[in-house]
Design a protein around this ligand. Structure first.
Ligand code: HEC
Length: 108
């Protein structure tokens, strides 16, 4: 039953991500995942306005560089609706599950 195995793996990743050492000062990865789904997935899905994006699309340093710029690469208005803390949280979530992280994430 591969689906059950995938679910279990996702759950394990989630549980692990809560205890992961923080890489972004003051970022909350759990909140970040929620915010990412709410604010980014609306466009970044298969067939959406932006391409299907997941933490795995970039490395940790690439994610940090993106957030250091302080603006969305194409749609500046997207990040204007988010607080500095929201962005830190999203950055933390993406960082924790980036391609070169301990727990790369494809699910969610
Ligand atoms: C209103 C739609 C929309 C929303 C909401 C949105 N984006 Fe985008 N995003 C785009 C479009 C359009 C592009 C340009 C096409 C592409 O590369 O996907 C883009 C590009 C990007 C890229 C560059 C892709 C690459 O490979 O370098 C990143 C990274 C990105 N967005 C991250 C985010 C994050 C993080 C959020 C949530 C905080 C977000 N976007 C929310 C529309 C959106």
């Amino acid at each position: 039953m591969p689906n059950v195995r995938k679910l279990v793996a996702c759950f394990a990743l989630l549980a692990l991500s809560v205890t992961t050492a923080l890489a972004v000062e003051g970022g909350n990865p759990k909140k970040g995942k929620f915010l990412y789904k709410k604010n980014c997935k609306s466009c970044h899905v298969e067939g959406g306005e932006g391409k299907n994006l997941s933490p795995l699309n970039k490395t940790q340093s690439q994610w940090n560089r993106l957030f250091d710029k302080g603006t969305h690469p194409k749609k500046g208005e997207v990040w204007k609706g988010l607080s500095e803390q929201d962005l830190k949280d999203i950055n933390q979530y993406l960082y924790n599950h980036a391609a070169d992280s301990d727990q790369p994430e494809t699910c969610g």
